[in-house]
Design a protein around this ligand. Structure first.
Ligand code: XBP
Ligand code: MG
Length: 257
């Protein structure tokens, strides 16, 4: 039976990447007097690498004007990443990044039905605090039974570590929870931990196929298209009733295989 919803943060709770992290990275480059700027298409490519510091190092590997030594690159990546996170927090505090449609409603619906909520993200804790503090208030953490961030699970998605640790903290088996994700790396991480996944499409991954998802919706207010083969009723709004039903069918289907 469904006991918990495990939420990803970037792309799932809010469209944080293109107008949030990317803008903050570019401001951090400018602050360090670097001529580097990440365009939207380049940033979407770079999202294949999870983790802001890892993304910076990956980008530096193909830049002739990046520092030559590994230690210098690491130091620069740390400086830029810290600056980026400060600027991201400012953007969020200025209310420039909204929660996505249907997020607050599903959170509230699941809470009042007694389901536990958790977070499994590869982003830094400061970014989660900035976003959820701004939108859910100072007591946001009290609404989540487990909050797993990059500092807790340093092996980033698509590795399942964040989801595995989250399940461990919840004291639940994978089949008792449902992950909500937006990216191919996120879906791969959740599936590798054994979780069924609902995808809510975000801007950077608008045309991905998401073959391994239980269902895919444009956002939590739009009808979700269920995976073929599970014999789920098609075209339902992903409210809690639908999610419970699909989760139960997924459980029966997985046990029967
Ligand atoms: C999120 C990420 C993060 C953010 C930035 O992935 O990849 O790296 O872009 O976070 P997911 P940091 O939504 O799959 O968890 O800069 O704090 O690393
Ligand atoms: Mg995400």
């Amino acid at each position: 039976m469904l006991q918990a919803l495990i939420w990803d943060v970037d792309g799932t709770l809010a469209e944080t990447e293109i107008d949030g992290h990317r803008v903050a990275f570019n401001a951090a480059f400018a602050a360090q007097r670097l001529p580097w700027r990440w365009s939207e298409p380049r940033y979407v490519e770079l999202l294949a690498v999870t983790g802001g510091r890892e993304r910076l190092l990956h980008d530096m590997a193909s830049r002739p004007d990046a520092p030559p030594g590994a230690d210098e690159r690491e130091q620069l990546a740390r400086t830029l990443h810290a600056e980026k996170n400060r600027r991201y927090a400012q953007l969020v505090a200025e209310a420039r990044i909204a929660l996505r449609p249907g997020v607050k409603a599903l959170l509230a619906e699941a809470e009042s039905a007694g389901l536990r909520q958790a977070i499994a993200t590869t982003t830094s804790r400061a970014n989660v605090e900035a976003l959820l503090g701004a939108h859910l208030g100072a007591g946001w953490e009290g609404r989540f039974a487990a909050v797993v961030c990059a500092e807790d699970a340093p092996i980033k998605k698509p590795h399942p570590q964040a989801y595995q640790l989250c399940l461990q903290r919840l004291g639940l088996a994978a089949a008792e929870a449902l992950a909500i994700e937006d990216s191919p790396n996120g879906v791969a991480a959740a599936r590798a931990a054994g979780l069924p996944v609902l995808v809510t499409r975000s801007l950077p991954f608008a045309s991905e196929e998401f073959k391994d998802a239980l269902a895919v919706c444009e956002d939590l207010l739009h009808l979700a298209v269920p995976a073929s083969g599970l014999q789920l009723a098609s075209g339902a709004r992903p409210d809690l009733g639908t999610l419970r039903d699909w989760h139960a069918r997924w459980g029966r289907f997985s046990c029967g295989r």
